[in-house]
Design a protein around this ligand. Structure first.
Ligand code: MG
Length: 157
C-alpha cells in the first residue's frame, strides 16, 4: 500500500528548526504546537495514509496540552507500534522538503540517517530531497516551510 503525507508550518526568527528529528542550524524555525517538524509530520501522515489509520491530527490533537512542544519522534514511534500490531512493515519512504533557506545539502544525510533509525529500515530505502521554491509564494518569502512524503508499506504474509 502507498501513503501520502503533507505538512507545513510558519517560520519565525529565533525559533528552533527540526527536520526529520534533527535540529538544523538556521536563523528561522517553526512556530507550532509540537516541535513543528514538518518532515516527521508528513512522514506520519504518509504512514497513516498507507495503513488506513487516519491522520496525525486525530491521533495527536493540537488541542491536547500533552502534545505541547512534543518531540515528533514520539509520534513516529507510536505510529510504528500501530503498524507492528497490524503486521505492517515499511518498504521505503521518499520525502521532499520545500525551504528557501538554509540550504540543506549538508543536512540531508543526517536527516536520512535519523529517519532510517526511527522507522527501522535501511538508509538506502529513505530518500530526502530538498528544494527552494525559487522565491515564489509563502515558501519563497520565507514565511513557511513544507514537506511532502510518500511511502510504501506491506503486510507480512
Ligand atoms: Mg505539523
Amino acid at each position: 500500500m502507498v501513503g501520502f503525507g503533507y505538512d507545513s508550518h510558519i517560520l519565525a526568527v529565533g525559533r528552533p528548526l527540526f527536520l526529520g528529528g534533527i535540529e538544523i542550524e538556521s536563523d528561522f524555525g517553526t512556530i507550532a504546537h509540537s516541535d513543528g517538524d514538518v518532515v516527521l509530520h508528513a512522514l506520519c501522515d504518509a504512514l497513516l495514509g498507507a495503513s488506513g489509520l487516519g491522520d496525525i491530527g486525530e491521533l495527536f490533537p493540537d488541542s491536547d496540552s500533552k502534545y505541547k512542544g512534543a518531540d515528533s519522534k514520539l509520534f513516529v514511534e507510536q505510529i510504528l507500534k500501530l503498524l507492528e500490531i497490524r503486521n505492517l512493515y515499511i518498504i521505503n519512504v521518499d520525502i521532499t522538503i520545500l525551504l528557501e533557506k538554509p540550504k540543506l545539502e549538508n543536512s540531508k544525510v543526517k536527516i536520512r540517517q535519523s529517519i532510517s533509525e526511527q522507522v527501522k529500515i535501511p538508509i538506502e530505502n529513505v530518500n530526502i530531497k530538498a528544494k527552494t521554491n525559487e522565491g515564489m509564494g509563502f515558501i519563497g518569502r520565507q514565511e513557511g516551510i513544507a514537506a511532502y512524503c510518500i511511502c510504501e508499506i506491506q503486510q507480512k504474509a
